[in-house]
Design a protein around this ligand. Structure first.
Ligand SMILES: CC(C)(COP(=O)(O)OP(=O)(O)OC[C@H]1O[C@@H](n2cnc3c(N)ncnc32)[C@H](O)[C@@H]1OP(=O)(O)O)[C@@H](O)C(=O)NCCC(=O)NCCS
Length: 368
């Protein structure tokens, strides 16, 4: 099915009463596809593709991107979809799979943009509208299945970050008279908040996160021993003659270019973070030198709280790296950084140079 001229695509939206702000978004994305050598196809899906759209329907788009450029393509699309008229945006990057962002705009329009790695086994259900498909790529993805109904949406799929989007969805359903759907979704959302959020809230760990004081340094030194042993199956190190790994904390104690922070739970040390000057992909800004949460306190959002405290204590450009085999740390940092940067981060895999591994980069402006 060849793609239509842009004017015909826009007419489809106009005929369904779409928000006027969707028309330049569609034009900008089509223009991006035309100049991108990596975009194999872009499909309009969802209610506008079904001809059932209205003035508050979201522009639901799936792009398929070659050469591992899905994150780059998402960033380029953000130049079209982002901007001052955005009320809320969140997203995720899963390199090699998908990068997506969901935008809610001030005029109550919204857009869901997915950039899939072209080898992701994506099932494209009819009806869809090809926005860009010069080589008939989209036809290969088509399956004869009914599109998913709203009733099947699992609530709370992206945690607190996705809540605005979910609540906007409920407002739309209420506005369209689908009150039972909105109410049942809200009830299921409440249950999810009780079980997911409630479980960890009941476990009640609200860490105190603060810069390390001189008197914290003996404890920091010992926690670093625990940390280094913890990752010794991934990072090859030996004990010295005193039975220690050893870590030089002079720079952090001095506190001019490098810094230490601690997390404390119920009066006990629960984690540490060391920060130094960026050196891996840039020389401006900060590098997360070491980061550790004691096992007892893991999966209770101590790490997330400590990371947020550290980032906010050192605004500016950031780079955070993980060893290639430390998949848990990669999952943790992607979540934490996606939240604090609202999805505006890049990730690369370095195979050469002074440091090798996965690196996320983002910038945090100082809070007022
Ligand atoms: C990585 C580490 C710091 C995470 O600390 P933590 O306190 O357990 O993390 P949190 O509970 O704050 O988790 C924040 C998010 O990351 C996710 N996450 C944490 N650990 C994860 C894991 N092992 N696998 C997948 N996701 C994980 C959590 O599910 C949570 O997501 P949610 O908010 O949607 O529930 C901790 O496991 C650790 O110290 N590991 C050993 C040292 C290390 O690898 N340090 C990092 C070096 S780069």
């Amino acid at each position: 099915m060849p793609h239509e001229p842009l004017s015909a695509l826009q007419s489809r939206l106009v005929a369904q009463g779409a928000a006027a702000s969707h028309l330049p978004r569609l034009a900008g994305l089509r223009e991006l596809c035309e100049r991108s050598p990596h975009c194999l196809g872009l499909a309009l899906v969802g209610s506008f593709a079904q001809g059932r759209g209205d003035r508050i329907s979201d522009l639901d788009l799936a792009a398929f991107v070659a050469d591992d450029r899905e994150t780059e393509f998402l960033t380029q699309a953000d130049a079209v979809l982002g901007g001052p008229e955005v009320l809320n945006v969140y997203g995720q990057l899963r390199p090699g799979q998908v990068a997506f962002r969901k935008y809610v705009y001030l005029d109550f329009s919204s857009c869901e943009f997915h950039a899939f790695h072209h080898r992701t086994p994506f099932r494209l259900r009819r009806p869809f509208v090809p926005v860009w498909d010069p080589n008939d790529f989209l036809a290969r993805l088509v399956v004869d299945e009914a599109p998913p109904g709203h009733e099947t949406f699992e609530p709370y799929p992206h945690g607190d970050d996705g809540l605005v989007w979910e609540l906007v969805d409920c407002i739309k359903w209420l506005q369209r008279g689908r009150t039972p759907l909105a109410k049942s979704y809200l009830a299921r959302l409440g249950q999810a908040l009780d079980t997911v959020g409630g479980a960890s809230l009941d476990a009640a760990v609200v860490p105190e996160c603060r810069p390390a004081r001189p008197e914290d340094f003996p404890a920091l030194q010992r926690m670093l021993e625990l940390y280094q042993h913890d990752i010794s199956d991934m990072y090859d190190q030996d004990l010295d003659e005193r039975g220690e790994y050893g870590y030089d904390l002079h720079r952090h104690l001095e506190g001019r270019t490098s810094f230490a922070h601690v997390a404390i739970v119920g009066g006990h040390y629960a984690g540490l973070a060391l920060v130094g000057p960026a050196f891996v992909t840039q020389t401006e800004g900060w590098w997360m030198e070491q980061f550790f949460v004691l096992r007892k306190y893991r999966r209770g959002h101590v790490g997330a709280a400590l990371a947020r405290h550290v980032f906010e204590s050192h605004p500016g450009a950031w780079e955070v790296g993980q060893m290639p085999s430390n998949l848990a740390a990669q999952a943790f940092w992607r979540k934490v950084i996606a939240r604090i940067s609202q999805g505006h981060y890049t990730e690369s895999r370095l195979t050469e140079g002074r440091w090798k591994g996965v690196v996320q980069r983002f910038r945090l402006e100082p809070s007022d």
